[in-house]
Structures are given as C-alpha cells and as structure tokens.
Design a protein around this ligand. Structure first.
Ligand SMILES: Nc1nc2c(c(=O)[nH]1)N[C@H]1C(S)=C(S)[C@@H](COP(=O)(O)O)O[C@H]1N2
Ligand SMILES: [Mo]
Length: 252
C-alpha cells in the first residue's frame, strides 16, 4: 500500500473516531457524517457507535473456572528475531535480568501526577484475578488466568483529569495503540503482571500487559512501557492497529 493511501485512510479513521467519540462520549449532538471518506471503514464506526449506544459500558466478559484454562499460544505478530522484538533491546534484556526491579511504567498526559510506577508500586494497589478467553483475529482463542491491577486504579492514583477521553499504550516492542475511557475504566481492564499463577513471561508481554476483555486479542497490548491519557487521538495513537489494517475498535 502506498503512503498516500495509508495517510488518507488514517485521516478517515481519525475523523470517524472524533465524530463518534464526540457524539457518544460527550453527548454533543454532532451528527455522524454518512461516511468518513472510506467506505470499507464505515463498519468500524458503526460497530463502535452501536456498542456505545446499545450495550451498557460496563457489561462483564464471561469468566471461567480454573479447570477450563487452556494452553495459551504465544503468537508473535512480529518475528522474535526482528529488531522491534523487546528481547533485541539491550535495555529490555537488562531489566529482565534484574527481575524487572528497575522497570518503570511511565504514566503521562492528562493526569495530575505524571510519573513512574515500579512493579512493586503496581502490586501494592489492590489486585484482581480473572479467568477469561482471549480471541485472536487470526482464528485461535485460549482461556487464561490473569492477575493484575485494574487500569482504573492506576488512573485514579495518577489523578486523571476530567478532559480525559482516551488512553494510549506505548510498548517496548514499539507497538502503539489506544482505547477509549469506557474500556479503560471497565472493571476487567487490567494491567496484568501475572498469568496462570506465575509472573507474566516474556512471550506473553513481561513484565506488564494490558488485558482488555471487551475487545479482540490484538488490543491487549504486551510489554507496556508508557501510558498517556489523552483528550483526542492522533495518528501515532492508532499506529498498532492501522499498520496491520485492523479496526481500532474491535469489540466482542
Ligand atoms: N506489544 C504488543 N502487544 C501485542 C501484540 C504485539 O505484537 N505487540 N500482539 C497482539 C496480538 S495480535 C495477540 S493475539 C496477543 C497475543 O498474546 P500472547 O502472545 O500472550 O498469546 O497479543 C497482542 N498484543
Ligand atoms: Mo492476535
């Protein structure tokens, strides 16, 4: 795909997101345009609009019992020898060698208290464990047990400001993607540091990954290094989904 078309498509999606977000999250009576300039992407905006209008924002994803836990494939979208893989970074290897004691999650953007959180800081906040099904767009699904802190608790601790509407995740493998505030504050949305009773492993996103049970698996970002609370999305905030041609909103 040439760069011109890619940029046009990005702009179309951003226009759609801004319109849908403005209408649905802020209650402004801004009419949705009939198309956002790209007919193939209209469905994304309609799904988003329908979910946000028809479903209660906090409806819970199904949780399973321990006996239903299945082998969880670790599927690297990026080749593990690629230079974007976290293990190709000397800094990531150093942090891992030290048991991630020196690792920090940076929380920035629209919060009163911007700053770093250590793994110990996150573990000091109340923990939640949930057994849920991960559904990958490539056709597999698996049930796993996740332990972590609710993202809402971290946003609360950081003093999220009233203008906040989106949260962007920057990952150690250079992946970047974003979610809206309804999903960010969902009770099952976790910054997970444990999986199936053990520390989260490198293939599954160590030391901390997002668990977003309301959307398809590709929105559960691994190797989270920085989160930014935002009022509007820009191109860089949807990079992860756009570069692979996936929907920014992939509600299930
Ligand atoms: N940072 C980052 N997060 C990511 C991905 C990735 O390539 N990089 N792949 C996504 C996809 S497509 C899926 S299906 C899951 C896979 O999780 P697993 O490797 O723990 O099975 O991670 C998601 N999160
Ligand atoms: Mo996936």
């Amino acid at each position: 795909m040439n760069v011109g078309r890619l940029l046009t498509r990005r702009n179309a999606i951003l226009a759609g997101l801004t319109a849908a977000g403005g209408l649905l999250l802020h209650g402004r009576s801004k009419p949705l345009p009939p198309t956002y300039g790209h007919i193939l992407r209209m469905g994304d905006n309609l799904t988003y609009a329908a979910h946000r209008l028809l479903l209660p924002g906090q409806s819970m994803a199904r949780e399973y019992s321990r006996t239903q836990i299945t082998p969880f494939p670790a599927v690297f979208i990026k080749d593990s020898t690629a230079d974007t893989h976290p293990m190709s970074s000397a800094e990531y290897r150093r942090l891992r060698a030290g048991g991630f004691a020196d690792w920090r999650l940076w929380v920035g953007g629209l919060v009163a208290r911007r700053g770093p959180y250590s793994l110990a800081d996150l573990k000091r906040l109340p923990a939640r464990t949930q057994i849920t099904r991960h559904t990958c767009e490539e056709g597999w699904s698996a049930i796993g047990e996740w332990t972590g802190v609710q993202l809402s608790r971290v946003l609360e601790a950081a003093g999220m400001l009233p203008e906040a509407r989106y949260v962007t995740f920057h990952c150690a493998d250079t992946y970047v993607d974003s979610i809206d505030l309804l999903d960010a504050l969902h009770p099952q949305t976790l910054l997970a540091y444990g999986m199936n009773g053990r520390d989260l492993s490198v293939p599954h996103g160590a030391p901390v990954r997002l668990r977003l049970e309301t959307q398809m698996g590709y929105k559960s970002m691994k190797y989270v290094a920085r989160i930014e609370v935002k009022n509007e999305l820009e191109e860089e905030d949807i990079e992860g989904t756009i570069q692979d041609g996936w929907s920014w909103y992939a509600g299930i």
